[in-house]
Ligand binder design. Structure first.
Ligand code: SF4
Length: 318
C-alpha cells in the first residue's frame, strides 16, 4: 500500500502511543487499535439526506464528548464514546474495497464519529483516507465540528475534481454554550473561520444545524444569529434537524443537562419524555421556523450533489 504525500503523518502505532500520553485529550479515556473486517458501506441510492452513496467510519468513539451524542445509543455497542478504537487496517481496506466498486459516488464520513477529533492530528487516518478516495476517483462529504479540517484543504482542493463537501455541524454561535454542550469540539467561532477558509479555497461547505435542543438552541434569536453568521462566513447551505434520544444516549444527555440547565432539561423531558423522535407538532414548528430563517438568510437547504458531469477520467492510481 502506498502512502504518498504523508511523510508528515506518523505511523498509527507510534501515534497511538503519543495520543494515549497526551494530557490535552481529557475526553479520551482509552485509545486502542482494532482490526475491522470491512469499511465501506453502501446506501441504496444517493438520495440520502447527506447526499452520499457510501459511508466510512475510520474510528469508533469520539473525543468531542457532545452531551447529546447519539453514538452512545446501545444499538451501536459503544456507549462510552471516550474509548476510541482506531481501525488500524482502515486504509488497506479502503484501497481494496474502492478498487472493487463499479459505481463511483460520494463517500460520507462523520455521522458516527468526528473524523477530525483531536486524535486525528496525530494519527492521520482521515488524511490518508482522503488521499485514497482521490486516487480512486470518488467524491467525499465530511461532517465535522473541528477546525482541524483546514489541515487537509490541499487534498480537498484536489478532490474537487470529483466532489468535495465539508459540512460543519453547528447549532449556535454562542461559544460559552457550545463549550458546555460539545466540550471537545472546536468552538463555533473557529468552525466558522474554518468554513470561510474552505470556501475561499473553493470547496463546498455549509452547516448541519443539528441537533436543535429545546430551550437552548431551538429559539428564533439563536437561529437568526447563526444563519447570519453562516452567510457571512460563506456557507452555501444549512440543514436543520431535531434532537433524537434513545436509551443510554438519553440517560447520559439528561444527566449532563441537569447540571448545565435544569430548565432546559425539564422542557426537553416534557417534549420528548421517553420518545426517540420529538412529537410531530414540535418538530413541525422547529423546522418551519428554521427553514424560514435559513431561506431569509439566502441559504439553500440542500447539500451539493455528485453530478455525473463532474466525473472526470480517473487519475492514475500510483
Ligand atoms: S462530534 Fe458527533 S460523534 Fe463526536 S461526540 Fe459530537 S455528536 Fe458525537
Amino acid at each position: 500500500m502506498a502512502d504518498s504525500g504523508l511523510t508528515d503523518v506518523p505511523a498509527v502505532g507510534e501515534a497511538l502511543l503519543r495520543a494515549i500520553l497526551d494530557p490535552n485529550l481529557p475526553l479520551v479515556s482509552d485509545v486502542r487499535e482494532v482490526t475491522a473486517k470491512t469499511l465501506v458501506t453502501k446506501y441504496p441510492s444517493d438520495d440520502h439526506p447527506f447526499a452520499t452513496l457510501y459511508n466510512i467510519n475510520l474510528y469508533r468513539g469520539c473525543g468531542h464528548g457532545c452531551i447529546y451524542c447519539d453514538t452512545r445509543s446501545a444499538c451501536y455497542g459503544i456507549i462510552d464514546i471516550s474509548r476510541i478504537a482506531v481501525k488500524q487496517n482502515a486504509i488497506a481496506l479502503l484501497e481494496r474495497e474502492l478498487a472493487g466498486k463499479r459505481k463511483k459516488g460520494v463517500i460520507g464520513t462523520g455521522s458516527m464519529h468526528d473524523p477530525y477529533m483531536s486524535l486525528e492530528e496525530r494519527i492521520g487516518l482521515t488524511r490518508r483516507a482522503l488521499e485514497v478516495i482521490h486516487r480512486h476517483g470518488f467524491g467525499v462529504h465530511v461532517i465535522t465540528k473541528s477546525a482541524l479540517v483546514e489541515r487537509d484543504i490541499d487534498i480537498l482542493t484536489r478532490l474537487q475534481a470529483y466532489h468535495a463537501v465539508v459540512s460543519f455541524s453547528i447549532t449556535t454561535v454562542d461559544d460559552d454554550l457550545a463549550r458546555q454542550l460539545e466540550p471537545g469540539a472546536s468552538l463555533p467561532s473557529r468552525r466558522l473561520q474554518a468554513m470561510a477558509r474552505l470556501r475561499a479555497a473553493g470547496i463546498h461547505s455549509g452547516a448541519l444545524i443539528m441537533p436543535l435542543l429545546p430551550g437552548l438552541t431551538d429559539g428564533e434569536q439563536n437561529l437568526r444569529r447563526l444563519a447570519s453568521a453562516l452567510k457571512i462566513h460563506g456557507a452555501e447551505y444549512a440543514l436543520p434537524g431535531c434532537l433524537t434520544l434513545r436509551d443510554t444516549g438519553r440517560a447520559y444527555f439528561y444527566s449532563r443537562l441537569a447540571k448545565i440547565n435544569p430548565q432546559a432539561l425539564a422542557l426537553t423531558q416534557r417534549i420528548y419524555g421517553e420518545r426517540y423522535l420529538p412529537p410531530k407538532e414540535y418538530a413541525a414548528k422547529v423546522y418551519r421556523l428554521a427553514s424560514t430563517i435559513i431561506t431569509e438568510a439566502g441559504l439553500v437547504q440542500q447539500i451539493p450533489k455528485w453530478r455525473l458531469d463532474t466525473q472526470v477520467t480517473q487519475l492514475p492510481l500510483w
